[in-house]
Design a protein around this ligand. Structure first.
Ligand code: HEC
Ligand code: HEC
Length: 347
């Protein structure tokens, strides 16, 4: 335990909290209470031995995720580019950083990220903790160096106590900040879409939706090869033929391997109706455009995926009714409980 000398505020804080009868290790804070999210219909919640979910940790992460205190000029939070109404994606093609500068990729939706192995479009971060280290100091995002972020949080009227409750110590550091944010992100679970409820026998799909479901999972649509499982991603990297000569190296930037050029991690399709624009560079505004791409726009790029090669180029040659049915099915993945859950918003 270390308390900065001369800080009467912090000392009195510890004394007050120390009066609680259920005192835990560290600075007299009660032990944080374990938190078990609802994962009905999905795989069991993974274990995170280095950062187990607690009510206090999740609450702190939620607050940090929505707080512009982590950006240089106090204008931007994680939620500025990961908006709950858009399933935590950004409706702008390229997100704007604090100084107005633009990135080159569209902010992906966040849902069921607890189960993912790698993060970012090209998978360069191996955990949500590692991912969260990047946007804060990134000059085209929040642009606040960590060695300025930590004193800001430490000087704040409430954060030291919130860290105390979550981690047993009022000492704030980068690790604890990213741990709390990762805990919150892992609670962003989408499992109440119409499709989930259909699988639980709670409702019937319409005939168009059922036709779309069959196309999605059969060799006419081929979608399931990459967007399979209830997470709607195989978590692998593919080139789905957007460009003959992809400009963004994608996965190659991480592995250095030529066969990975132009490949991106298959994105989840959960809440896809609400996460436009689409693809790593947000090039498509509508699901109709996405269907036209898979049907007749697939480019014979050097690393085009074998599944899409079988049908072309130019693509899967879907009929107009098939495209409409696929879109009807994709819209069954919208989860209004997720988009409106007050536990995910700002306090
Ligand atoms: C200025 C906009 C912006 C801000 C602010 C921002 N992000 Fe992002 N985020 C993005 C973009 C763009 C990407 C995709 C970048 C890439 O893949 O190269 C991304 C990717 C991610 C991913 C990876 C998702 C996946 O499926 O792989 C996570 C998780 C994430 N951000 C969380 C956060 C957190 C936590 C914060 C706040 C600490 C934050 N973001 C702040 C724009 C932003
Ligand atoms: C070979 C693997 C593969 C197949 C087959 C495939 N996809 Fe994809 N899909 C991807 C990848 C990879 C991306 C991201 C590509 C990028 O951004 O560069 C993607 C992106 C998308 C997106 C945009 C998601 C977003 O968040 O921006 C939608 C929608 C989509 N696919 C739907 C489908 C549908 C519907 C089918 C079947 C007709 C299908 N995909 C078949 C791999 C595949």
């Amino acid at each position: 335990m270390s308390i900065p000398r001369g800080s009467t505020f912090l000392l009195s804080l510890v004394v007050v909290v120390g009066c609680s009868d259920n005192t835990g290790p560290g600075e007299g804070f009660p032990d944080p209470r374990p938190f078990t999210p609802d994962t009905e219909g999905l795989r069991p919640f993974p274990e995170f031995p280095d950062n187990p979910l607690t009510r206090e940790g999740v609450a702190l992460g939620r607050r940090l995720f929505h707080d512009p205190i982590l950006s240089l000029d106090h204008t931007q939070s994680c939620a500025s580019c990961h908006d709950q109404a858009h399933a935590f994606s950004d409706p702008r093609r390229f997100s704007e950083g604090v100084d107005g500068s633009l990135g080159t990729r569209n902010a992906p939706a966040l849902a069921n990220a607890a189960w993912l192995r790698e993060f970012f479009w090209a998978g360069r971060a191996p955990s949500l903790e590692d991912q969260a280290r990047e946007p804060v100091p990134n000059p085209i995002e929040m642009a606040l160096p960590w060695d300025e972020a930590i004193p800001r949080l430490t000087a704040h009227a409430e954060y030291p106590e919130l860290f105390g409750r979550a981690f047993g110590t009022i000492e704030i550091d980068e690790d604890r900040v990213v741990k709390a944010i990762a805990q919150f992100e892992r609670t962003l679970i989408s499992n109440h879409s119409r499709y989930d409820r259909h699988l639980r026998g709670e409702l019937e799909l319409t005939t168009a939706e059922s036709r779309g479901e069959r196309l999605f999972f059969n060799e006419t649509g081929e979608c399931f090869h990459c967007h399979g499982t209830l997470f709607f991603t195989d978590e692998e990297y593919h080139d789905n033929g957007l460009d003959l000569a992809p400009v963004d190296p994608g996965r190659q930037a991480v592995t250095g391997r030529e066969p990975d050029h132009g490949k991106f991690r298959t994105p989840t399709l959960r809440n896809i109706e609400h996460t436009a624009p689409y693809m790593h560079d947000g090039r498509f505004d509508t699901l109709e455009q996405v269907m036209d791409h898979y049907s007749s726009g697939v480019q014979p790029s050097p690393n085009l995926d074998a599944v899409l090669r079988v049908h072309g180029p130019p693509g899967l040659s879907l009929t107009e009714p098939e495209k409409a049915d696929l879109i009807a099915f994709l819209k069954t993945l919208s989860d209004l409980e997720f988009l409106e859950n007050p536990d995910f918003g700002p306090e």
